[in-house]
Design a protein around this ligand. Structure first.
Ligand code: FES
Ligand code: FE
Length: 475
């Protein structure tokens, strides 16, 4: 196997990316092997498991996992596969239990994954008694526990690689976007919760179409979502959108610069961008949000900053979200090169009154998921693009990622650049695929961190700007 295989498919100089990245089974297998088990992945929200014994079934790449809370309040991420013959020890989406008993031969595990009972061990059912002669080393046969778990204001992330970069370093300055997702509307840190379960559905396309769409593709808004815009409920917020958002520099489709991070994360805006809060038809909604916004503004003024970082955004590799208003998390779980299971979590303030929750519930249903009027537009694109791209001839021709090529500006944020143009989301896409190729080619952590810190693209921008400044002085 060519160790530069993935990097050879991503040509950042000319802005071309091979279709193999999206349709080749071998590349998909490398993603499963080299990317997902080494990346920080969103597993679930702490408010989904508030009590001892609570669990939530999730996925990390190709592996099913359980997010659990044990009797001491500890949060664990466990491989949902019995250590005896691999049976799924839990087949429910979520619930509460004191232990997981495997349906196959009934090995039982506690919420922290420890193997607590084995039929046929010393205390098994009588006819099986002493099948192991009391010699099974139970402490060695617990459910596999994910070595790295990080609870960021309720957002629970996990990483299988115990040598992985620490979570806060992996995220870097992209944390501002996570903060706007996790904090309450009035800015109270982490005071949000998931409500009304998780929406799950499958699409017939590659998981990266989803990540890429949210990390900066505002280009598609005006054409793809033209019909929902026409009736005033689209993401652009133009026209007679029911809750009539205050104008926020043109809304979803125009007017925002992009921010791309060397670690692969990308956002459709920057921190200087001012989030406008919505204006509602319902006076009691305005009352709640006006108050929340005033409190938040006070906090921001005290910190001397504006409330940018709304997104849509993608945290590398497959967690996307909207962080301003409303707030929702989307994870694109890879199933095959041409199939993805999409999960959406919806967030609300913990202290939000019932009428606010109900309003948000209706909004989310109208907007998101396979029946949501905006999200189905995107799914249709990805589905047809997949059909038309995976043919033998079609795969010979790369996709075009030349938008905004060479227009990157240095960001004030660490290891980040802005595009200089509102629409140039492909700046973010190029950074994403560059990072993607480094993971898929299995570069070591030292090398990954080193490259991120000494980005030659950023260096070349600095050099160019210095030269331009010098030329100006000389003139
Ligand atoms: Fe779980 Fe045998 S597979 S007890
Ligand atoms: Fe869209």
């Amino acid at each position: 196997m060519d160790p530069h295989r993935a990097r050879s498919l991503v040509d950042l100089e000319t802005g071309q990316i091979s279709r193999e990245v999206f349709f080749n089974q071998e590349i998909f297998d490398l993603e499963m092997k080299n990317l997902f088990p080494r990346s920080w992945l969103f597993v679930g929200h702490a408010t989904q498991i508030p009590n001892p014994g609570d669990y939530f079934s999730s996925w990390m790449g190709s592996d099913p996992v359980l997010l659990t809370r044990d009797v001491d309040g500890g949060v664990y991420v466990l491989l949902n596969s019995c250590r005896h013959r691999g049976m799924k020890v839990c087949r429910y989406d979520e619930g509460n239990t004191m232990q997981f008993t495997c349906p196959y031969h009934a090995w039982s595990y506690s919420m922290d994954g420890s193997l607590v009972n084995v039929p046929g061990d010393l205390f098994g059912v009588p006819h099986m008694k002493a099948a192991y002669s009391g010699k099974l080393e139970k402490q060695d046969w617990g459910l596999v526990r994910c070595p790295k778990v990080y609870n960021y204001k309720g957002l629970v992330f996990a990483n299988w690689d115990e040598n992985a970069e620490d979570f806060l370093d992996y995220v870097g300055d992209f944390h501002w976007w996570l903060d706007n997702l996790a904090d309450a509307f009035d800015g109270t840190p982490g005071d949000t919760e998931v409500f009304h379960g998780v929406l799950k559905w499958r699409i017939k396309s590659n998981w990266k179409f989803v990540s890429e769409n949210f990390l900066g593709d505002t280009y598609h808004g005006a054409s793809t979502h033209a019909s929902v815009e026409a009736i005033g409920i689209g993401p652009g917020g133009r026209g007679k959108r029911r809750h009539g958002e205050r104008q926020d520099q043109g809304g979803h489709s125009t007017g925002r610069m992009k921010t791309s991070f060397r670690n692969g994360h990308g956002a459709s805006d920057n921190l200087a961008y001012e989030i406008a809060y919505p204006e509602f038809v319902e006076p009691e909604m305005n009352e709640y949000f006006d108050q929340a916004w005033a409190t938040r503004k006070e906090r921001l003024d005290a910190e001397g900053r504006r409330l940018g970082g709304r997104g849509p955004a993608t945290m590398f590799p497959n967690m996307s979200f909207a962080a301003g208003f409303p707030r929702s998390i989307l994870v694109a779980h890879p199933i095959s090169p041409t199939e993805t299971e999409v999960w959406r979590w919806f967030l609300t303030d913990k202290k939000a009154p019932e009428h606010v929750r109900e309003w948000l519930r209706q909004y989310y249903m109208r907007y998101g998921g396979p029946a949501g009027m905006t999200e189905q537009d995107d799914m249709e694109n990805w589905d047809y693009a997949t059909q038309a791209s995976k043919g033998v001839v079609a795969q010979r021709y790369p996709y075009n990622y030349q938008q905004g090529l060479g227009t990157e500006q240095l960001s004030e944020l660490d290891r980040a650049v802005h595009s200089n143009h509102a629409i140039s989301g492909e700046v973010n896409a190029r950074a994403f695929y560059r990072r993607w190729s480094e993971f898929v080619d299995n570069l070591g952590w030292d090398e990954l961190i080193e490259i991120a810190k000494s980005d030659d693209r950023i260096e070349s921008i600095i050099r160019r700007q210095a030269e331009e400044a010098a030329a100006e002085v000389a003139a």
